[in-house]
Design a protein around this ligand. Structure first.
Ligand SMILES: [Zn+2]
Length: 118
């Protein structure tokens, strides 16, 4: 008759490693949640969080830009030194935005902007 011998120390080490992995996973999930909160807070302050491309409306030329302080602004693309228009693109859903100046819908696909009438 064969007996399988299990080293109790090895079993305990495996359980400890599993607990450590669970703690790391829980900490990473908590960290990701906090990062999302921080990103939402930064966006609410008007800071560009670099989570997407800067938008340019192909229809009217309204363009997003970022100041040296990191603030998201818009201006006409033909006047890059113009001050902030105060207008902000509205995100309708992932990768689909509405231009606040002319109202067209803008999507960013494959490195290019496409627009359509709403
Ligand atoms: Zn526009």
């Amino acid at each position: 008759m064969k007996h399988d011998w299990v080293d109790p120390k090895a079993t305990e080490e495996a359980a400890n490693e599993e607990n450590a992995a669970d703690k790391i996973s829980a900490n990473l999930a908590h960290l990701c949640e906090k990062l999302q909160e921080l990103q939402a807070y930064a966006s609410s302050l008007g800071i560009f969080t670099n989570d997407r491309e800067l938008l340019t409306c192909p229809a009217c030329g309204l363009q997003e830009d970022v100041t040296i302080e990191g603030m998201l602004i818009t201006h006409n693309c033909e006047y890059p030194d113009a001050s902030d228009s105060g207008l902000r693109f509205t995100e309708l859903r992932a990768d689909l935005f509405a231009c606040p100046n002319c109202g067209v819908h803008i999507s960013f696909v494959g490195g290019d902007f496409f627009w359509s009438q709403p």
